[in-house]
Design a protein around this ligand. Structure first.
Ligand SMILES: [Zn+2]
Length: 255
């Protein structure tokens, strides 16, 4: 049976999301920004928490882990290569590993850059990817513990997933990201269309995620550092994509 997901907002601009296997009843929380919000989502869905899959160590993704584990006895899976501790971990994983949630299977991708050991969980059978703070809709995470080259490599890994992959990210930053992206590619029709869609979603009080990877590839400048128009926009025509990515990221930091 197909996986079911439930998205909810928490903290100031974080997303929480549950993934549920209807055939076994297993449910994972992807990260745990705050325990009460995950519990409220479990109550709303009637699902029982069996797993927490952590993408990276930041407190706004792990703040609820210990309390949820204490209350639900769930299994906590976390990245193996983080340099900072994550509470209450039962198992660590890295690229090449798989994680099961009941009958669902996720492939782990190492996506360093935002943090040293950041990982993504890709449920291939359902074409769903949980990318934490590596990729956002029309944006990407800040490069805090890694290098721009590492972050670009991580984004390329995600970009290689099928176009019809549903992407869940960690934050609602889409409108601000669009404002910046339009300074890089003001004439990108896919970006213009995404801007209109996101404004409608926000005006209606709806989240702007999940997003389809294929649409992001057409409109997210951080996935487009090897597109000549993007390189030209930052005056790095002909330069390596990683250098273009680094410049786009730096401009976003100052935006
Ligand atoms: Zn983070």
């Amino acid at each position: 049976m197909a996986a079911q997901t439930h998205l909810f907002k928490c903290l100031s601009d974080n997303f929480g999301v549950l993934i549920h296997d209807p055939s076994t009843g297993a449910t994972a929380s992807i990260d745990a920004p705050e325990a009460w919000a995950v519990d409220a989502a479990l109550k709303e869905t009637g699902w029982t928490l069996t797993d927490i899959l952590v993408t990276h160590h930041h407190g706004d993704h792990t703040g609820g882990v210990a309390e949820l584990k204490e209350r639900h006895g769930c299994k906590v899976t976390a990245p193996r290569h983080e340099k900072q501790p994550i509470p209450a971990v039962d198992a660590t994983v890295a690229e090449g590993d798989t994680v099961t949630v009941g009958g669902l299977t996720a492939r782990v991708l190492d996506t360093p850059g935002h943090t040293a050991g950041h990982i993504a969980y890709v449920f291939d059978a359902d074409k769903i990817a949980f990318v934490g703070d590596t990729l956002f809709s029309i944006g990407c995470g800040r490069v805090i513990e890694g290098t721009p080259e590492q972050m670009w490599g991580s984004l390329l890994k995600l970009r290689a997933l099928p176009d019809d992959t549903t992407i869940y990210c960690g934050h609602e930053y889409t409108l601000a990201n669009i404002k910046f992206a339009q300074t890089i590619e003001p004439d990108n029709a896919a970006l213009t269309a995404r801007a209109a869609e996101a404004e409608r979603q926000v005006a209606a009080g709806r989240p702007t995620i999940p997003v389809m990877l294929g649409a992001e590839k057409q409109s997210n400048p951080f996935l487009r550092a090897d597109v000549p128009a993007v390189a030209a926009a930052v005056k790095l025509a002909g330069k390596p994509a990683a250098a273009v990515f680094a410049e786009v990221r730096e401009r976003k930091n100052r935006f």
